[in-house]
Design a protein around this ligand. Structure first.
Ligand SMILES: [Zn+2]
Length: 369
């Protein structure tokens, strides 16, 4: 996620923090300072917030380590003011795997809660006192009791069936064993959006802005993932070469083409992005329609394609899987076309339109076999 930076690494997973998390820390440090009237009070309250987020981090590691065991790569975990996010390289294919991964996070909190309560009890804390973030200003025992309550709250909140939150993933996994993954995702996603609207209204009316923010994430997360699952099913079993535009039908340019020539191609042709190749057909980079049109405002600054082309371009092999590689790289790079390269040589282009047409190809195949 943009604006995040790495703070550590464990089990091969990068731990990142989003910069807005520090705003949250400063805010709570200020609250502690205001309440206690001294700087130490601010430091203590900020420390309690950090401890709370360590619990969130352990929750995410619950998901991540189970996912790893099931053979899914987890590149990173990011901490945001609204919670943590363990990023899975791909979604689990088997419904029960999804249930196991989803439930592992809240389970961590369910294990942590009694640990905190016992420690708090041993330190003589009043376990029945209402949990309060500023309890650190009273005693260490009271902080531990607070963390115990927070872990119970984390487990319960995450287990609500508000897809894509953990409880919603459990629901989707269970439904998928019966209805298949597409329908299960559609149902869970509708339930998730219903919860999101309820959270949003409740958050606004009760002044809990963080809850309202979480609701926005749930709402768009639910529809985004429903869309992604549908795409995955449409592209299942297809490789890049099944849908890509092949070399003879792809217009290429050399670094020595002048700016006017590529502008002409954009204005009068159908192709929007042009691979740049050398005499041997090896890929050197790409020029995109956006850059060409932007540069058209000051054409004198760009003599040739060389001045305009992008050289750091993701490429893909024709044998790569269309969904897990082609679609994902297109999405992540924000490009509309990816050069398809074999042994350094350009063999075609994969565009977002090609990906969109994958569903047609699938229907055709069904008729053939
Ligand atoms: Zn979770």
């Amino acid at each position: 996620m943009g604006g995040s930076f790495k703070i550590s690494r464990a089990f091969g997973i990068e731990i990142k923090v989003h910069w807005t998390f520090f705003l949250l820390l400063i805010f709570f440090a200020f609250l502690g300072f205001q309440e206690s009237g001294n700087v130490l009070g601010g430091v203590i309250t900020a420390t309690v917030v950090v401890a709370l987020f360590v619990c969130v981090l352990l929750h995410e590691f619950g998901h991540a380590l189970v996912a790893q065991r099931l053979g899914i790569e987890v590149p990173d975990i990011t901490l945001l003011p609204i919670g943590g996010l363990a990023r899975l390289k791909n979604l689990p294919e088997k419904p029960w795997d999804e249930v196991k991964i989803a439930i592992a996070g809240p389970l961590v909190n369910i294990v942590l809660a009694p640990v905190f309560f016992i420690l708090a009890y041993l330190l003589g804390a009043n376990l029945l006192a209402p949990p309060d973030l500023l309890s650190g200003l009273e005693s260490l025992g009271q902080v531990l009791a607070y963390l115990g309550y927070i872990n119970i709250a984390l487990a319960l909140f995450n287990l609500l069936p508000a897809f894509p939150m953990d409880g919603g993933r459990v629901l989707r996994g269970l439904l998928a064993t019966r209805f298949g993954v597409v329908r299960a995702t559609d149902i869970s996603s509708s339930v998730g959006q219903f919860f999101a609207i309820a959270f949003f209204l409740f958050g606004l009316l009760s002044g809990q802005i963080i809850l309202a923010l979480i609701a926005v994430f749930i709402f768009f997360g639910a529809s985004g993932e429903a869309q992604m699952v549908r795409q995955r099913e449409l592209m299942r079993g297809l490789s890049v070469s099944d849908v890509m535009g092949t070399k003879p039908r792809t217009e290429t340019v050399t670094p020595y083409h002048n700016f006017g020539q590529v502008l002409d191609s954009v204005l009068h042709g159908y192709q929007e992005d042009f691979p740049v190749v050398d005499e041997g057909g090896n890929l050197l980079g790409i020029v995109t329609r956006n850059e060409i049109l932007a540069a058209a405002h000051s054409p004198d600054r760009y003599a040739t394609v060389r001045d305009l082309m992008k050289t750091e371009v993701p490429t893909i092999s024709p044998d790569a899987d269309l969904f897990t590689d082609g679609y994902r790289i297109l999405q992540e790079s924000g490009l509309r076309a990816l050069p398809v390269v074999q042994n350094g040589e350009l063999v075609g282009m994969l565009t977002t339109d090609d990906v969109g047409q994958a569903s047609l190809l699938r229907d055709l195949r069904k008729q053939q076999y």
